[in-house]
Design a protein around this ligand. Structure first.
Ligand code: ZN
Length: 477
């Protein structure tokens, strides 16, 4: 019998992840391992001219690559190129006195048509939220959009609200609500410039996004992302919002880079629909971007936001928050069922941001009623799960990608959560062990650049998952 001829044979000190074994060689044929073991055993898989042989002997450890199940490198690496990324510990005072003036200066120097920023922390700003008037005093002739560190809230100047048709320049209110979001109003009855959830995404969609994030800039961003990922040990990541800038720049750039042989990791791209959009029209668009799929570019995910975040009071939970309020639910269950059914039928999987246990329950219902099990529809982040949902998730092959990185808190944040969240919810979040116990498939993600400055590499995240502490802060495990 003739031996299999491998496409690739690798020698070295190889960690297999199976029973903590170290081996000397492995062989790959058609993308599958055909041999793992000692060096002499691998030799019979080699045929001159057909097999690529790479020898890492004496050059360190060879190990399987890690995947990041959900992250926003496109935003985190891309935004500083045209906007401002700030430290999440900055105060509202420093924000107004230093950060925004510098952002405006940068925009004027580069001829930018929007001022874009990212990274302030809601818990620090909450009781002293800067207003649109304060932002106008720094810049009123270029629309300004400054997202918080989670990307779920934003501060905008008046022009951004005028361009979005929410108000006129003289203060007449044109729109009081955006579905799935909240426009904050001041005592004078006009918007304060503080936007929550989908009120933010809606306003942002009116920025000059093609100018902000062009195909060329997307390519430059991808090169930098690639350097970062490969240095951290990732060989794939799923971008949680491939059309963040409401265009196809990131899809196009990835496709062109892969075809040119310049993409050396696997990139998953999601197409996000907002609850204020026309569903059918945007499902069509999610199908159109399939033309950008290539060997290393996977485009087959539809992304939704079901709710906000539990930690900041916009997650959709049961029972209610201690002050009696409820979070924000962006979609009705029958809409999610409809989108899941349509997407799965066309070969697209669902990737849904769900934080609160009630949001998770609603989406599990939709996946059970509208989804195909083999599509591995996925719940993303998942702060909490109702006990009765674990088994349904396991039975219907519903996946979770979980923020293991969030298994820590500083003592003050922890006290804050205990005070505001019902029952034990302030202490109990991101229930990794329960997934394992119930047989739910789960992957890890960093959600980069959320929690600006947190470890992003697999080992830093594993450390947090195990110790329940993060080196940057003082907090009990
Ligand atoms: Zn995300």
């Amino acid at each position: 019998m003739k031996n299999i001829v491998a496409d690739l044979v690798v020698y070295g000190k190889i960690f297999t992840s199976e029973d903590n074994k170290i081996v000397e060689a492995f062989a790959v044929k058609d993308g599958k391992y055909v041999y793992v073991g000692d060096k002499s055993g691998a030799e019979s898989f080699i045929e001159e001219g057909k097999t690529e042989v790479i020898d890492y002997t004496g050059k360190g450890l060879v190990m399987p690559g890690c995947g990041n199940g959900h992250a926003h490198y496109s935003i985190g690496i891309g935004i500083p190129k045209f906007g401002t990324r700030m430290d999440r510990e900055i105060t509202p005072e420093k924000f107004l006195a230093e950060i925004i003036p510098a952002a405006v200066k940068k925009a004027r120097e580069t001829g930018a048509t929007s001022i874009f920023g990212f990274g302030w922390k809601f818990l620090i700003f909450e009781n002293n939220m800067p207003t649109r008037q304060q932002l106008d005093a720094i810049c009123s002739d270029i629309p300004m959009y400054i997202a918080d560190e989670e990307g779920h809230k934003a501060l905008v100047n008046t022009l951004a609200l005028v361009n979005a048709g929410i108000m006129t320049a003289d203060g007449t209110v044109l729109k009081k609500e955006v579905r799935g979001g909240e426009i904050a109003f001041g005592s004078d009855g006009t918007p304060t410039g503080f936007l929550k959830e989908q009120a933010g995404t809606y306003t942002r969609s009116f920025l000059d996004n093609d100018n902000l994030f062009s195909v060329d800039l997307a390519k430059e961003t991808l090169q930098d992302i690639q350097k970062l990922l490969l240095s951290e040990g990732y060989t794939m990541y799923l971008d949680g919002w491939g059309n963040y800038f409401y265009n196809e720049s990131y899809f196009k750039a990835a496709n062109q880079m892969d075809k040119a042989g310049d993409l050396h990791f696997v990139l998953g791209l999601t197409y996000e629909l907002e609850s204020w959009m026309d569903i059918d029209k945007n499902l069509e668009k999610s199908l159109e971007v399939q033309k950008y799929a290539s060997e290393r570019v996977k485009t087959n995910w539809v992304k939704l936001f079901m709710d906000g975040t539990v930690e900041t009071g916009t997650g959709f939970i049961e029972p209610l928050y201690r002050d009696g309020h409820q979070g924000i639910a962006n979609w009705e269950e029958d809409e999610v069922t409809y989108i899941t059914r349509k997407s799965n039928a066309k070969g697209l999987s669902m990737h849904i941001h769900t934080m609160g246990n009630k949001a998770v329950n609603r989406v599990v219902n939709a996946f059970v009623n509208g989804g195909k099990d083999e599509m591995r529809n996925t719940l993303v982040h998942v702060y909490g799960v109702m006990p009765s949902d674990y088994k349904r998730m396991a039975d219907r092959n519903i996946y979770v990608t979980e923020g293991m990185i969030w298994h820590h808190n500083s003592d003050d944040v922890r006290a804050y959560l205990m005070e505001r969240l019902p029952g034990d919810m302030g202490e109990e979040g991101y229930p990794m062990k329960s997934y394992f116990d119930n047989g739910v498939n789960v992957t890890s993600h960093s959600d980069f650049p959320a929690l600006t400055g947190s470890p992003d590499d697999p080992f830093g995240i594993i450390e947090i998952a195990i110790t329940g502490q993060c080196y940057m802060e003082n907090g009990k495990p």
